[in-house]
Design a protein around this ligand. Structure first.
Ligand SMILES: Nc1nc2c(ncn2[C@@H]2O[C@H](COP(=O)(O)OP(=O)(O)OP(=O)(O)O)[C@@H](O)[C@H]2O)c(=O)[nH]1
Ligand SMILES: [Mg+2]
Length: 550
């Protein structure tokens, strides 16, 4: 399709790029970048399987391609966006954020895309690209497995949400045992800005009998009609029962038509993205136009009424800082609240173990002490590590609370600004897709802190062990209590540092949204003197192209 760049859609994007730079609509830069990249690359249509963690996304894709390639599991698994498409020979390639890439064996996928082997994507992989000769029927499509949303693994969420502007078609997997959550609705709403092709996939339908299946499908359709005022196709799937029947229906109704009409579909998807962007762009230009039409002396007053004290950057900044500070302060207490109840059991477990192990130790005091030190290091590293991993989900309380509060602050800021603009200029601000992404703190490096300090063992050659062994054993046992306390506090401190750093990142993001939006609005309100004609020309051209892009 050599004409993509020069047809109306390409022209619309070029026109918007011009306006975005000229009028400094910096909040539109990022989504426009993504759409332009798609236009340039003319890549296969990305059919994204999205949804909550453990909805069965990877299992579904394995079943669709007819082989167990993607790692699946009972805990959140997929950590990297994995793209599969047709190729003459089977291969997999890992692409890192820094641009490097490397071919890997298909059997080692889990080393890169599974949480257990690549926690929170610490290997910094942007994508894993797989080519399979068996995908010939889907040539022109790219099946995309995404990390689950809604789990404690915020890094997974970030991977998937950042990727939304690249979605071509979306299969939203919703598990039959968790039908339609608030987050699912949120995601569908966001997706509607990025693609015209959204299909709901009721996974694990084997968990329901046929009557219940029908009930759930009707529930989906009714809810979506009510909440989003739109209909979406709902298809069933199960990797356990009647798989062939479900697969055939999905292929016939969704995937094969998409592949057969790849070029037309791709064009439609691009048009959809361009039109969503154009709505935002026109909203901003309308503000500039209204402003420019005002007489000079009025303009200053209007600007003040729009950017009033409630949308004052410094005050908002303070509000975000207070939210972050208050939540940061509570992090330690919150984590200790989760750890304290575990202390007694840990003390007992370690004491029992020590008694048992110590009975086999031989040698003089110097030797015993070294054995004891090694024992402490080994056992505490293991036990504290285990507690850290099993409890980590519970540590995120203050992070989640801060996230919700920052989200609310952003929403209320945008509502106020939007109301002001509407009241003063009679123009409504277009919807914005603002989300604070949370950087999931990495699991701390658990190693035993050397908190014990023996001096008496220097005199080991003087101490007759036959007499004093019992005394030292009691001393070693008693020290367990203190070690438990010190190591749990240390763990709390490590998580506190990480969680609070993540909170600070969120605050910066929220601040950036507000700053970008205010800068955009400021620019539109300030320098539009005598520019009415120029602005109107921009609006007219975008509207004309917008109309052509249908
Ligand atoms: N009963 C039933 N269970 C299923 C089905 N498909 C998947 N599962 C189970 O659901 C769990 C999650 O499957 P995954 O495919 O790893 O889910 P996912 O959505 O990829 O999970 P994340 O990658 O963590 O987001 C596994 O224990 C699967 O065995 C199904 O059709 N029926
Ligand atoms: Mg998965």
């Amino acid at each position: 399709m050599p004409d993509l760049l020069s047809d109306a859609c390409g022209q619309l994007m070029a026109r918007m790029r011009d306006a975005v730079e000229r009028f400094q609509m910096i909040s539109l830069r990022r989504p426009l970048d993504a759409a332009e990249a798609l236009l340039r690359q003319n890549s296969p249509i990305a059919v994204a399987v999205l949804g909550q963690f453990k909805a069965g996304k990877s299992s579904f894709l394995n079943s669709l391609i007819g082989r167990t390639l993607l790692p699946v599991g009972v805990v959140p698994v997929t950590t990297v966006i994995t793209r599969m498409q047709y190729g003459p020979k089977d291969l997999a390639r890992v692409r890192f954020f820094d641009g490097a890439n490397r071919e890997i064996g298909l059997d080692s996928l889990a080393d890169f895309t599974a949480e257990a082997k690549n926690p929170s994507n610490e290997k910094n992989i942007a994508y894993v690209d797989i080519e399979l000769s068996g995908l010939q029927d889907y040539e022109g499509l790219c099946l995309v497995d995404t990390p689950g949303l809604g789990s404690v693994f915020q890094a997974h969420i970030r991977e998937s949400e950042n990727w939304l502007p690249e979605v071509g078609a979306a299969l939203l997997a919703i598990s039959a045992d968790r039908p339609l959550s608030e987050q699912d609705l949120h995601l569908i709403r966001d997706l509607t800005a990025h693609t015209p092709r959204i299909v709901l996939l009721l996974t694990k339908s084997d968990l329901l009998d046929p009557d219940q299946q029908e009930e759930v499908v009707t529930f989906f359709q009714d809810t979506l009609q009510r909440e989003l005022n739109r209909k979406f196709p709902v298809l069933l799937y199960s990797t356990r029962q009647e798989t062939e029947r479900f697969k055939t229906r999905l292929e016939m109704e969704v995937l094969l038509p998409l592949a057969a009409n790849r070029d037309r579909e791709f064009r439609n998807i691009l048009k959809h993205k361009a039109r969503s962007l154009a709505r935002g762009c026109l909203g901003y230009l309308e503000i500039a136009r209204k402003m420019s039409q005002q007489a000079d002396q009025d303009r200053k007053g209007l600007r003040q009424r729009i950017l009033d004290e409630r949308v004052n950057y410094t005050l908002l900044q303070e509000e975000l800082t207070v939210i972050t500070r208050e939540n940061s302060r509570q992090t330690r207490t919150f984590i200790m609240g989760n750890l304290n109840p575990l202390a007694a059991a840990l003390r007992e477990k370690l004491a029992t173990q020590l008694k048992r192990d110590m009975a086999t130790w031989t040698g003089n005091l110097w030797k015993l002490t070294r054995r004891y030190e090694d024992w402490l290091t080994e056992n505490f590293t293991e036990e504290i590590g285990r507690i850290s991993r099993t409890e980590q989900a519970h540590f995120m309380g203050t992070l989640k609370k801060a996230h919700a509060s920052l989200d609310r602050s952003l929403a209320s800021f945008r509502a106020l600004l939007s109301d002001n603009i509407e009241r003063v200029l009679g123009v409504r601000l277009a919807e914005a897709d603002w989300r604070i992404e949370v950087a999931e703190p990495e699991h701390p490096d658990i190693h035993m802190a050397k908190t014990f300090d023996f001096h008496f063992d220097l005199l080991w050659f003087l101490i007759p062990m036959t007499l004093f062994r019992g005394l030292f054993e009691r001393h070693f046992l008693k020290m367990i209590d203190r070690e438990v306390e010190v190591n749990l506090s240390r763990l709390a401190f490590q998580w506190e540092t990480r969680i609070n750093a993540a909170m600070e990142e969120m605050r910066k993001q929220a601040e950036r949204y507000i700053r970008d939006e205010l800068t955009t609005i400021e620019a539109l309100l300030s320098r539009q003197q005598g520019q009415t004609l120029d602005i109107e020309k921009n609006i007219q051209e975008i509207v004309n192209l917008f109309e052509k892009v249908k």
